[in-house]
Design a protein around this ligand. Structure first.
Ligand code: SF4
Length: 297
């Protein structure tokens, strides 16, 4: 079988040993060296060009791709165990709550039952649910934190590396993050609020823009052409001008060469808007555009 292997940036260092193993089993193996940012980001173009029979996508769980994918995709999750005893440092703060919602990334979802057991044994009721886009109970993505939307939870605990997923948690309840690698535990509502304020600022700034560039990604899990067409129509009805920009990868420096745009609407990965400083101009997700359109010109 001809197989295309795809790894996210942090796992590319392990690619060679997987390729060699599959080659030893008699497969013809190619490595995609395109950047890979998430489960939404399948290397379909690379696979089609080499006539691959299958893509093996490492590091992420299955993701609902909106457009049909003709090549079979096998998702190979990357599991990393966290030392549950390290969570003890979070107990003095968390013990003020009776019920907490738990969230984590795909690397740790296999430990969710044990994490829940840990909190139950310390008198805190752990609550989990499956979000809309993620594959697993309690799993959050950078673009989907619906797993923590549990009304009876008094607070939210995110367990995972870095702040990318943690900052996707839109919640007014107390939100805490525990990093199992650095063992750092902290309340992150201020960081979430900062991000929210930046987005509100972008909406206000976009209001005075006249010409909008609407970004459409050709990445299979981020391709939302209908949303882009909707945005163009709505902006034009609102008295603005808009053109649709199509690309597999949005490079802010290359986009800046279209000097006529005053602001952008992003229909690709919703976290692109957090790179507003790189774009140097207001950039809105569709829900932010809806907010803007409700404002009087
Ligand atoms: S759309 Fe963005 S945040 Fe969501 S899975 Fe893809 S890369 Fe991650």
């Amino acid at each position: 079988m001809r197989i295309l292997l795809q790894f996210p940036e942090g796992l590319k260092k392990y690619a060679l040993s997987h390729a060699q193993k599959l080659e030893a089993d008699g497969h013809e193996v190619f490595l995609s060296s395109s950047p890979s940012y998430g489960a939404c980001d399948l290397a379909i173009d690379d696979a089609e060009k080499i006539h691959a029979d299958e893509i093996v996508h490492f590091g992420h769980a299955k993701f609902p791709i909106p457009s049909p994918v003709k090549i079979p995709v096998e998702y190979v999750e990357w599991k990393v165990d966290v030392n549950l005893n390290d969570l003890e440092s979070a107990l003095p703060e968390l013990k003020q709550y009776k019920k907490i919602a738990l969230a984590t990334t795909v690397q740790h979802t296999h430990q969710m039952a044990a994490i829940k057991e840990f909190f139950s044994s310390h008198g805190i009721e752990p609550l989990t649910r499956k979000g809309v886009l993620p594959a697993h109970e309690g799993q959050v993505l950078g673009c989907d934190s619906t797993a923590i939307k549990i009304p009876e939870a008094e607070a939210v605990l995110y367990i995972g590396d870095g702040m990318f997923h943690a900052l996707a948690i839109e919640e007014s309840k107390p939100v805490y993050a525990f990093n199992p690698y650095t063992k750092q535990f902290k309340r992150i509502n201020e960081d979430i609020e900062k991000l929210r304020k930046r987005r509100t600022g972008a909406i206000a700034a976009a209001l005075s823009a006249e010409m909008f560039g609407i970004l459409v990604s050709t990445k299979p899990g981020q391709f939302h052409l209908e949303v882009a067409k909707w945005a163009k129509k709505e902006l034009e009805n609102y008295g603005k001008h808009a053109e649709i920009l199509v690309s597999g990868e949005f490079n802010p420096y290359s986009i800046a060469n279209f000097t006529s745009f005053d602001a952008y609407v992003n229909t690709a990965c919703p976290r692109i808007v957090d790179d507003v400083d790189l774009f140097g101009k207001p950039i809105l997700n569709p829900n932010m555009l809806e907010e803007m359109l409700k404002l009087k010109r």
